[in-house]
Design a protein around this ligand. Structure first.
Ligand SMILES: Nc1ncnc2c1ncn2[C@@H]1O[C@H](COP(=O)(O)OP(=O)(O)OP(=O)(O)O)[C@@H](O)[C@H]1O
Ligand SMILES: [Mg+2]
Length: 259
């Protein structure tokens, strides 16, 4: 990649913009995420959170601006290359293979680390089996981390929604991401599942993985985040530690106004 930044930030966004026809879903957005934190992006409905998430994960190409990951310009880089660089993600809508076991689902996440092609795998060459063993170990470790080791050989079909959401997180972790982007991880969870999730996300951060989460659940965000960015009409409204943001009159106004 041609351009680099010098900072110690794991993620930097500069002048990001996404327009849909005449609508500016994200406009002139700049922010930086320090390594090792939980960084939350919040905002009223239609503020541009999902659009931002989709640009960070290269689902959308920005109409202007740059995204730097680990100092490298990754704007428009294909998702599989972002994954190999160490950017993991979870999906708002579950992407679970119901005909597979829990362990197999997690192993899908490890394959970006694998070096062997389809042909070598099909021939079941010894080094492929060796690699398969390592990937299995990573998958098992991720399940263990998420407290799901006992479910490894269960079929994904029939497992409760809360468990499947955790399964998605385990899959993302199995690839060993340096940065994990989560799209509304608490959506659809009940209170006790949400509490469990907040503990899990904190542990992910404490284990050294930086977390960026887009989330509606203010309680969760204010509980666990180190920094919070508030979007409103596609623009940065406020950014700071949870206390700062919670008491910011502009933020209160934006939320009251939108209800
Ligand atoms: N593919 C698209 N084409 C046209 N307009 C879009 C598209 N995606 C989003 N928008 C518009 O961009 C704006 C931001 O939408 P976005 O989904 O990013 O908001 P959000 O903050 O995720 O909202 P919510 O909290 O409801 O999920 C909205 O006005 C939306 O209608
Ligand atoms: Mg959204």
């Amino acid at each position: 990649m041609a351009m680099e930044t010098a900072g110690s930030y794991i993620l930097e966004v500069q002048g990001l913009e996404k327009r849909f026809g005449g609508l500016t879903a994200i406009g002139d957005l700049s922010f930086s995420v320090e390594k090792g934190v939980i960084f939350a992006v919040i905002g009223p409905n239609g503020a541009g959170k999902t659009t931002l998430f989709n640009m960070l994960t290269s689902v959308y190409t920005p109409t202007a601006g740059r995204i730097f990951f680990k100092g490298q310009d990754v704007t428009g880089m294909p998702p599989y290359r972002l994954a190999r660089l160490g950017m993991g993600r979870t999906f708002q809508n579950l992407q679970i293979f119901m005909n597979m076991t829990v362990l197999e689902n997690v192993m899908v996440g490890t394959h970006i680390k694998g070096r062997q092609g389809i042909l070598a795998a099909a021939l079941r060459l010894p080094y492929v089996l060796q690699e398969e063993k390592m990937l299995r170990k990573d998958a098992e470790a991720a399940l263990e981390f998420c407290g799901m080791a006992d479910l490894a050989n269960r079929s994904a079909a029939g497992l409760p929604y809360g468990i499947l959401k955790k399964l998605e997180i385990a899959r993302a972790l199995a690839a060993g991401p340096e940065l994990l982007l989560m799209d509304e991880p608490a959506a659809g969870l009940n209170d006790s599942e949400t509490l469990e999730l907040s503990i899990l996300i904190s542990r992910i951060r404490d284990s050294g993985t930086t977390v960026v989460l887009v989330e509606h659940n203010m309680g969760l965000v204010m509980d666990i985040s180190d920094r919070v960015l508030v979007l409103n009409y596609g623009r940065l409204l406020a950014e700071g530690v949870p206390k700062q943001v919670q008491t910011d009159p502009r933020v209160i106004e934006a939320y009251l106004g939108s209800d």
